[in-house]
Write a protein that binds this ligand. Structure first.
Ligand code: KG4
Ligand code: ZN
Length: 347
């Protein structure tokens, strides 16, 4: 039996991605981003993202096929992100995938974007271990998942109750005048600052939220970043009111330390208390140097083995959709048909 050749399509936010895999082997990962068109608005504008997907889809598909050296006729299955994400943006990818499936007669599989962020792990190191934890940190999500099976049993252990971590980076970068997207700018600036200069709050770490291992509180594995963002704003206001120069690097480093400290502490706690010994780190914020470093240190201290795919596979892309699609095909799942609707708030 040869592994299936799967084409994956991603359009849930600002990246138009087409990836092609054979089983757990990556053939190509072609991505076109509309980020440049959103920069002047300081955030992704859904209507602009949707129109950009329309423009980018066919050229991105063609480039992916060329790079992989395959034809549509050779593809065994098509996989597409059907949620969660921006409704109009998802619609473009889903309609494109349905059109391709009808035109070629290939089976079509609807894929959960978040599970695809986990499934991409197979492209970097092969089959994923059982009893896997996944820490997904992006502009839209901050979640710790327990993945018993990529093709079915995925449990949400904890998540942010307000802003996603990447969103907090973007908002704080705006407060500090660092431009958009803010994650990479803060990451870079923080290297010149003192992470202990200012003690910013770690959200949802008080005993009433944490409880104990025996009697977990209501938010033991959850995060909150909106209070942290407000604390940074207050701090900046205080410097301005005093007429003092803003220690931007120290604020960036201290903010980053607060985010990364609480993310890694709670993720590792969720793993140890659920007997999870393997963790995968994914999402766009997995590009953060401090997050990678502290996750590695804290996992090592607890005997958790960590997998961090290369950044090109952590940010939104089509290869992750193809990778999970191939796992689903190999598990013998039924195709999704062509009447399903995209689900912007898919759990
Ligand atoms: O996964 P992604 O590409 O898109 C989605 O949000 O789905 O993640 C983008 C987010 C943005 O908020 C960006 O600021 C953040 O990831 N980001 C970073 C870094 N690189 C990207 N955050 C912190 N440090 C970085 N180096
Ligand atoms: Zn994503």
């Amino acid at each position: 039996r040869t592994d299936p050749l799967v084409l994956g399509i991603e359009s849930s936010c600002d990246e138009t991605g087409v990836g092609i895999v054979r089983g757990d082997q990556l053939l190509t990962n072609t991505v076109s981003s509309s980020m440049d068109e959103h920069v002047r608005f300081g955030g992704v504008i859904p209507e602009i993202a949707s129109r950009a997907h329309l423009d980018a889809f066919v050229p991105t598909l063609q480039q992916a096929l060329d790079e992989a050296g395959v034809t549509l006729a050779e593809v065994d299955a098509i996989a597409v992100t059907s949620g969660p994400g921006l409704a109009g943006a998802l619609m473009v990818g889903v309609c494109a995938a349905k059109a391709l499936a009808v035109a070629t007669g290939k089976p079509l599989y609807a894929i959960n974007h978040l599970v695809a962020h986990v499934g991409v792990g197979v492209l970097d190191g092969g089959t994923l271990p059982d009893n896997l934890g996944a820490l997904l940190v992006s502009g839209g999500h901050t979640e710790i998942l327990r993945v018993k099976s990529l093709t079915g049993d995925v449990q949400l252990l904890g998540s942010t109750i307000d802003d996603a971590a990447g969103e907090a980076y973007d908002k704080v970068a705006r407060i500090l005048g660092l431009g958009y997207p803010g994650g990479p700018a803060i990451d870079k600036l923080a290297r010149q600052g003192n992470p202990k200069a200012i003690r910013f709050p770690r959200g949802l770490t008080q005993p009433k939220y944490m409880g104990s291992a025996e009697e977990p509180g209501p938010h033991r594995y959850d995060w909150s970043f909106s209070g942290l963002k407000t604390a940074v704003a207050r701090c900046v206001e205080a410097y301005e009111a005093a007429g003092e120069e803003l220690p931007v690097a120290d604020i960036a480093a201290s903010f980053q330390e607060a985010v990364v400290d609480v993310i890694t502490a709670k993720a590792v706690l969720a793993c140890t208390e659920h007997g999870i010994t393997n963790l995968l780190l994914g999402g766009g914020v997995a590009a953060n140097s401090r997050l990678r470093e502290l996750t590695r240190q804290r996992c090592e201290a607890k005997g958790i083995s960590l997998r961090v795919p290369p950044i090109s596979l952590c940010t939104d892309n089509g290869a992750m959709v193809a990778a999970l699609g191939a796992q689903v095909v190999m598990a013998g799942a039924e195709p999704s048909g062509i009447t399903f609707a995209p689900d912007p708030s898919m759990p």
